[in-house]
Design a protein around this ligand. Structure first.
Ligand code: SF4
Length: 437
């Protein structure tokens, strides 16, 4: 299989299709299974609660879970928080108290005090799963009392066999059965995966100028305003970690548009083109609309390319953004890829990205952290993208690192953020060069 990715001519406005660097769909995948170093799915609450302004996330977990969410999301002193933890105490864990009764009591108290909550997510954790507390039955039971005032949903954010971005996937999937059926007889676009509001506004403007519509975003800004779904829905993915959600949306009749992800100028060009082609927008109109923002972004990127070109990059598996980011760093910033690790390789969601990776890389799936650390030490890359737990030890060994989680927390999609994304990779190198001067 071959694929092309439109590349803007430097200083010009035309898009050129370039051949992929290799047929990386054929690349051997190094599959590893062993000890992993990743955050759990609870982390997704950090960006999901900011996105859905009328939702509340109640983790049913331990004090450790509460600490994780609290420290990852920051302490909100002046605002009413929209996440919290129903802490399973020793009596719950030992089966001495009825955890269901306790949970009902916590939910009752919360909803009595917070009339602003329209959707309540009960979020499972390792402890709630270990004691087999059935949150789907709890949600059903509580919905009988509180729906339609509040919709109660549940999903798992546990760290058992997951990586941290899967929390968003399981959250979105829990909403899919509740999406209203679309009655539209013409195509509608559904952008799937959380985008910062500022980025969503930029894309909304571009879709409007292209004449693409109606456009909905999932998750929506208000959990009560769920987007419609049906056979005329075209799915365009903003995030590469929504595997289960995509399958659930397909089961409701939606069609997936295959595209690289909107990272960098090329990725954004290709992503908008995928939508344009599904909606019959002529190429001339696409060029007209994207010319100025693409040129602006290319210009802003140029100064980071100077600093990053030729530098060697190693990705540990963490955020599931690794493949599209590696493509961006290689094609648009000139970085040399050593190893690109991903927690899971979903070929359906990576169909358009895989052929764009160079054939010289090691593509790995899963993790055996000690073996991977050995490979990283042997390669001595200029920059290593990894989780927080690995960053400090690697820094102590003289390797420069970038925290993968920062790439999920920052707005990095689209034209206007392309240079910011490159800067996130350039910063550790610059800091290191300043320190060694
Ligand atoms: S869900 Fe599991 S991995 Fe995550 S904080 Fe709680 S105990 Fe730790």
């Amino acid at each position: 299989m071959t694929a092309t990715i439109p590349l803007p001519v430097r200083g010009g406005c035309t898009d050129l299709p370039i051949a992929p660097a290799s047929n990386a769909t054929q690349l051997p995948v190094l599959k590893e299974r062993g000890q992993r170093e990743v955050f759990c799915g609870l982390t997704g609450i950090v960006w999901l609660h900011r996105k859905m302004q009328d939702a509340f996330f109640m983790v049913v977990g331990s004090r450790t879970c509460a600490h994780l969410v609290q420290s990852a999301a920051g302490v909100m002193i002046f605002a009413e928080p929209r996440f919290g933890t129903a802490i399973l105490g020793e009596r719950d864990l030992a089966g001495l108290a009825d955890a269901n009764d306790e949970l009902d009591r916590c939910v009752e108290q919360l909803l009595a005090r917070r009339p602003d909550i329209a959707t309540l997510f009960l979020v499972g954790s390792c402890p709630s799963e270990v004691i087999k507390l059935d949150l789907s039955r709890a949600a059903e039971r509580l919905n009988e009392r509180f729906f339609p005032r509040v919709r109660i949903l549940n999903y798992s954010g546990s760290g058992i066999e997951t990586t941290f971005t899967q929390g968003e996937d399981t959250c979105l999937k829990s909403m899919v059965p509740h999406l209203p059926a679309s009655t539209s007889t013409t195509p509608e676009l559904l952008v799937v995966g959380t985008l910062a509001d500022v980025v969503e506004d930029q894309f909304t403007r571009l879709f409007r100028e292209l004449g693409i519509g109606p456009v909905h975003f999932f998750p929506p800004r208000r959990a009560r305003e769920l987007p419609p779904i049906g056979p005329n829905t075209r799915l365009l993915l903003a995030q590469p970690f929504v595997s289960e959600t995509v399958r659930a949306l397909q089961a409701r009749g939606a069609t997936l548009l295959s595209s690289p992800y909107p990272f960098g100028v090329q990725g954004t060009n290709a992503w908008l083109r995928a939508a344009a082609s599904a909606f019959g927008v002529p190429e001339s109109r696409v060029i007209e609309v994207t010319r100025a923002p693409a040129e602006r972004a290319s210009k802003a990127l140029a100064r980071f390319r100077e600093r990053l070109a030729g530098k060697r990059l190693f990705f540990f598996p963490d955020s599931q953004l690794e493949l599209p980011l590696a493509r961006f760093m290689h094609h648009e910033c000139g970085m040399e890829l050593v190893e690109v690790g991903t927690p899971y390789l979903d070929r359906l969601l990576m169909e358009a990205e895989l052929p764009l990776l160079p054939g010289t890389i090691t593509l790995s799936e899963g993790q055996d952290v000690e073996k991977q650390l050995d490979r990283c030490r042997a390669a001595r890359p200029d920059l290593t993208v990894c989780g927080l737990g690995l960053a400090n030890p690697l820094e102590a060994e003289g390797l420069r690192t970038k925290w993968a989680i920062e790439l999920v927390f920052s707005p990095i999609h689209g034209y206007d953020q392309a240079a910011d994304l490159a800067e996130l990779f350039a910063r550790p190198l610059e800091r290191s060069s300043r320190l060694t001067v």
